[in-house]
Design a protein. Sequence first.
Length: 293
Amino acid sequence: MADSTSNFKALAYFHYYPMRIVPEVCLGLFAVATIAFTVRIYRTKSSRWLYILPGTALAEMLGYVFRTMCTFNTTLTIYILMMFFLLLPPIALALVNYKALAKIIELKVEKHGLGNDPFWLRPRFVSRFFIWSDVVTFLLQGAGGGMTAMQSMQTIGSIIVIIGLAVQLFFFACFSVTAIVVARRPTYEYQAMRANGTLVPDAKYLAMKCLFVTIILLYIRNIYRFVEYATGYAGPVASREWIFYVFDFTMIFAAFITYFILFLGDYIPNGTSILRLQEAGSQDMPLKSIEQQ
């Protein structure tokens, strides 16, 4: 640490002395993720909403930049910025999942129409409902996170963050139920063509696999954050740095690895993709592509 004053502040804010080197490694990994996703999305001409992924990786990288700064000189401003960029960006990853599921449902509507589908399986509802849930949780966690950095408002700030995390966990559960229904129904099956012309016959299966794996990882991370704030800043969870790296960094970075291996741009079409829906027991039928958004 730079001096005794910084040493005291670090202990007051973190309840431990933050390690060096580890946050530098984390920011380096997220820098690589930012570049890798940007290049891949651009080269494959994938839908623009997938740029949420490199944007989130960049925000995570900034969070670890500020965490690295805290290991040398901890100030209230740097600490607040660190909390903001490490607490809030994962909300955007949930938005990627919500958009992807809405697109898959949209494909079915293009082929079969709305039919007798319940309101919660309609693309407009799925998109708006979950996106607004992200906005609400972002505002709650953002406001609460900023307040927890001030000692006089730590208690109320923690309560607001806990409410935000609980709301997000609830919407994760709603999303999971919707995704399970879509995954099980054959009317949502389709095939997609990659930018290089390669046919992906099991596109829906692979896309849904990506959504399920990442939502589980985000669920674990949010449960950790919920317990962290519920047990207090001096509690057994918040006062142990290794727990943060295992249940926050590892979960989030594992989600990025999943998004890269099971790249949604290969499985969900944009305005230039060729895709075909397939009905159980019948030949593939052509379908108009969804406009790139």
